[in-house]
Design a protein around this ligand. Structure first.
Ligand code: DI6
Ligand code: FE
Length: 402
């Protein structure tokens, strides 16, 4: 066999579905060729190699698949630190919004930003994710809310993947909020999303998926269905911000469109969970938003488990409801607030996050043929990745074999 690079004396959490639990192999080795995993298994079975590849002795360190943050809004203009201060002083989200703040202020700042400025603004957030072992990051639009601004956000997101050794998956989120010029005319805005924004971003190949926000303060299931019909016609998979603040049946709607994921889902009911399970729709848990908005309604984890819904965990990094750039802290919050097990948390940032992006064939587990994306950790037990708060034990990160 010919390998480019070989990591030996490691403890592997392969997260492979055939194995039980974390799919532990210890002591194990993993080999890369042409950026892909060419071999993975116990040290004792390591095959003889034709040439001498670069050998890296990990001295017992743990390897997991590179982490996948499957739900972020890291591309945007401005920040909302001032709004945070106002909220601490007693202002409500609604008061801030009525005074022209809130999501509208991020839309204004994003519209005013050039593509370069959007890239430069997002890089520190992306770097924070990378420093914790992220090798794939999803990035949404949704603060432009007109065709040119949405396309600019997605071009900036694509450029992030060229600026850094990381894979970027983009989601077009035109149906995120109602822009001021369409005040009182949500149907008219949805028409703009499907007839102007979506055609522009699909023609330019800027979107890997289409997302929407189904909520009382955002768009109705009927309006979301209109967006999903257009996405399906354009051949793009869909996902949905669903059941975050109330239960509108968004997850069930998403499942009817075979959505990759339904995200937030605090107010999900059993019917919604069953529909997601039947459709193979991943439930993406976003404990950062739950924490930052001081929510009390928790996602129905027992119902999700009982129905057999695959659960992912993501940062939801955005300036308004989850200014979080730590997948490790997201896991800790998922465990502490939602009582996910360590195994569920780790699956949530690897295999199930890959599914939520429709990329399970490529990433998410340590299996032969997949992209050689690895996170190498200075830990004794995988639980340490979930248990610590504000501590980063990443030893090294490998993306596409390097
Ligand atoms: N749900 C959220 O919590 C964020 N977007 C969404 O669909 C809020 C985004 C913001 O306030 O900027
Ligand atoms: Fe979000």
């Amino acid at each position: 066999m010919t390998f480019d690079r070989l990591w030996i004396n490691a403890r592997l959490a392969t997260m492979a579905p055939a194995a039980a639990g974390l799919g532990e192999i210890s002591p194990g080795a993993i080999a890369a060729r042409d950026g892909r995993i060419a071999w993975v298994g116990p040290m004792a079975d390591l095959p003889a190699t034709d040439e001498a590849p670069e050998r890296i002795d990990l001295e017992g360190r743990w390897i997991t698949p590179g982490l996948i943050d499957c739900h972020t809004h890291i591309v945007h203009g401005g920040d909302r630190a001032r709004e945070f201060e106002l909220r601490l002083a007693g202002a409500t989200y609604e008061e801030i919004a009525r005074a022209g703040g809130g999501i509208a202020s991020t839309v204004a700042a994003t519209r005013a930003a050039s593509e370069d400025e959007l890239v430069i603004g997002a890089l520190p957030r992306l770097d924070a994710l990378i420093l914790e072992g992220a090798t794939t990051v999803e990035v949404k639009s949704g603060y432009g809310l007109d065709a040119e601004s949405e396309a600019r956000m997605l071009r900036a997101a694509r450029r992030l993947g060229a600026e850094r050794p990381v894979a970027v998956a983009t989601s077009f989120l035109g149906a995120h909020a109602l822009p001021p010029e369409f005040a009182g005319d949500a149907d008219g805005y949805i028409e703009n999303v499907v007839s102007e924004q979506l055609p522009l971003v699909t023609k330019a190949g800027l979107a890997d998926a289409v997302d929407a926000f189904c909520e009382g303060i955002a768009f109705s299931p009927k309006q979301v269905a209109r967006v999903f019909d257009a996405a399906s016609a354009a051949g793009l998979p869909v996902k949905l911000h669903a059941e975050q603040l109330s239960n509108l049946g968004g997850a069930k709607l998403a499942a009817a469109y075979k959505a990759l994921s339904a995200d937030h889902i605090e107010y999900l009911d059993e019917e919604g969970a069953a529909a997601m399970a039947a459709a193979g729709t991943v439930g993406v848990l976003l404990p950062g938003a739950f924490y930052f908005l001081r929510e009390t309604q928790k996602p129905p984890i027992e119902a999700l488990r009982a129905a057999g819904v695959a659960m992912a965990v993501a940062t939801d990094c955005n300036p308004g409801s989850s200014p979080l750039t730590s997948p490790l802290l997201a896991m800790n919050m998922a465990a502490t607030f939602f009582r996910l097990t360590v195994e569920e948390c780790l699956l949530g940032v690897t295999r199930n996050a890959a599914r939520a992006l429709g990329r399970l064939d490529e990433i998410g587990t340590l299996e032969v043929g997949k992209s050689c994306d690895l996170a190498i950790w200075d830990i004794e037990r995988p639980a340490e990745l979930v248990y610590r708060i504000g501590f980063n034990p990443l030893h090294a990160r490998v993306w596409r074999g390097r």
